[in-house]
Design a protein around this ligand. Structure first.
Ligand SMILES: NC(=O)C1=CN([C@@H]2O[C@H](COP(=O)(O)OP(=O)(O)OC[C@H]3O[C@@H](n4cnc5c(N)ncnc54)[C@H](OP(=O)(O)O)[C@@H]3O)[C@@H](O)[C@H]2O)C=CC1
Ligand SMILES: O=C1O[C@H](COP(=O)(O)O)[C@@H](O)[C@H](O)[C@H]1O
Length: 501
């Protein structure tokens, strides 16, 4: 095992300990941190939920998730028993204020056992509507006054709309200091997303081109091949715009569009990102139709398997108007990006899982080559693939070998994937940051508000005008035709990269 500078003694309470996020992401991440020797010498993890589990059954349930979803696949179980000695299950209803003594009892027990006051971390991996009630009860505990050691982590979506996010921020800040609140967006923990900052700000090469003078338009795609995966109850209250665009996609857009930071101080990065959100042009309610497209998948075939339409999914209203696909064209009204469209799209049951950002450059100002070579002449593009491919690729023109001057587009690619199974998952990075108290990769309250402000006109217009054409795309496709039309009207096409071999 490597020797790392590890965080101080910590007790983590995971509300939603019996839920999907913990099963698939949080426990595999914590176990990987343990295997990589990043967990503190003294730590305890308590999963919380109303379901009944003995500790033994709970460990079995978690092991199943680790086996299926950890980046190490089946190879990691050697230290599992050792890890589970730190993990317990607390059966309690988050709405029951009387039950919260279980939390303070456990902290006291660990404090006595370890002889130090530990970090106390409350991870709220529960539906957004439960967050205020749990946060309020936690806020009443004396340990929440320990500003330097007690932290609360709130999952996205943060609130349901601008108003509820604002109220939630007010509630949290009445009980916790801002440095105690970690609003998580797991995309910010992805290696390839963090690498956007390295690419842009550790190289002098790109910055002179990174603006309206050279860039024609930018595309951000976050396509998912999966459907609801049993999360119909949650998704019916969310939709793709809330679930993906308000948070993950706007955060990526900020990293692409932000001005260079002066330092890597958490607030400096967040200031630069919030400037972008504030500069995004507000889409008037009457213009929503020209700037945003929604979709919902029908039943059909997905990679040879028959799947039901969204309206037939468990937990979904058979007349549901919820969007499982969203595409939006944004403009950023500032000096750097004036007039450059940012096209973003996301959806469930699309043709493949692929998250990538492409900067499409303007044509070279003059074409000096023989006219016949123009046939294959394309403008340059820079593609940052976030997942599953993890690479950065620059497309440029090269002379085709031979006696004639013909051009071919070629790619120069940096493969970030070289780290393979050793590259930490987003939740590993973010959980470690929480234990260390580093909020750089988390969202500040004004960022969340600003992101809601960007999408509210679209949400309101969609809620007020029910779609006439739902369901409007087939599983395995790239979404509704209207999404192609959105970008085609400006003379562009979506970039669909070939699937991973
Ligand atoms: N799943 C994912 O891939 C991702 C999820 N998220 C976010 O994480 C959050 C949780 O999502 P997910 O895990 O999918 O949801 P689930 O529905 O799978 O889990 C919800 C959890 O909440 C618990 N719960 C519900 N009511 C109470 C209560 N009154 N008291 C205590 N616990 C309660 C449930 O436990 P019990 O029924 O035992 O009480 C369960 O553990 C959401 O905000 C989601 O947006 C974010 C990124 C990815
Ligand atoms: O936050 C969410 O993200 C996942 C997609 O995450 P990824 O890391 O697999 O890209 C999405 O499926 C889910 O609906 C959403 O809540």
């Amino acid at each position: 095992m490597q020797t790392n500078k590890r965080p101080p003694a910590s007790v983590l309470f995971i509300f939603g300990g019996s839920g999907d996020l913990n099963y698939r992401k949080l426990t595999p991440a914590l176990y990987n941190l343990f295997l990589d020797n990043w967990m503190p010498d003294q730590f305890a993890i308590a999963g919380i939920g109303r379901s009944a589990y003995s500790n033994e059954k709970y460990h079995e349930h978690l092991l199943d998730g680790v086996t299926k979803f950890s980046r190490r696949k089946g190879k990691q179980n050697g230290h599992w028993t050792e890890f589970t000695q730190h993990v317990s299950y607390l059966q309690m209803d988050g709405d029951d204020a009387e039950a919260y003594h279980k939390i303070t009892d456990l902290v006291k027990e660990k404090e006595e056992e370890w002889g130090v006051h530990p970090n106390v971390i409350f991870y709220l991996a529960v539906a957004p509507q439960l967050v205020p009630s749990i946060a309020q009860k936690l806020g009443a505990l004396k340990i929440c006054g320990e500003k330097s050691t007690t932290r609360i982590v709130v999952e996205k979506p943060f609130g349901h709309d601008l108003e509820s996010a604002h109220e939630l921020n007010l509630l949290l800040s009445s009980m916790f200091a801002e440095e105690q609140i970690f609003r998580i967006d797991h995309y910010l923990g992805k290696e390839t997303v963090q690498n956007i900052l390295a690419l842009r700000f550790a190289n002098a090469l790109f910055e002179p081109l990174w603006n309206r003078n050279y860039i024609d338009h930018i595309q951000i795609t976050a396509a998912e091949a999966v459907g609801l995966e049993g999360r119909g109850g949650y998704f019916e209250h969310a939709g793709a715009l809330r679930d993906m665009v308000q948070n993950h996609i706007l955060q990526i857009l900020c990293m692409i569009a932000m001005e260079p930071p002066v330092s890597f101080d958490a607030n400096e990065i967040r200031n630069k990102k919030v400037d972008v959100l504030n500069a995004i042009r507000r889409i008037g309610k009457e213009q929503v139709h020209d700037f945003a497209v929604r979709g919902q998948y029908s039943g059909g075939w997905k990679k040879g398997e028959k799947v039901v339409g969204y309206r037939q999914e468990e937990g979904v209203n058979p007349q549901s108007n919820i969007d499982t696909f969203a595409a939006v064209k944004f403009y950023i009204d500032n000096w750097r990006w004036q007039g450059v469209p940012f096209y973003v799209r996301t959806g469930k049951y699309l043709n493949q899982k692929a998250t990538h950002i492409t900067l499409h450059f303007k044509q070279a100002p003059h074409y000096a080559f023989p006219p016949e070579s123009a046939e294959t002449w394309r403008s340059n593009r820079l593609t940052i693939s976030i997942q599953p491919n993890m690479d950065i690729s620059i497309r440029f023109q090269a002379k085709r070998p031979g006696q004639t001057m013909m051009l071919d587009p070629v790619d120069m690619t940096f493969d970030y994937d070289a780290a393979g199974e050793h590259a930490p998952e987003a939740y590993e990075t973010l959980l470690l940051d929480v234990m260390e108290g580093d909020a750089t990769l988390f969202m500040r309250n004004d960022q969340v508000d600003a992101a809601w402000r960007v999408i509210m006109p679209i949400l309101e217009a969609w809620e007020n005008r029910p779609p006439q054409d739902f369901p409007n795309y087939a599983p395995d496709s790239w979404g509704p035709d209207a999404a192609d039309a959105l970008i085609a009207r400006d003379g562009h096409t979506w970039l669909n990269l070939p699937p991973t071999p």
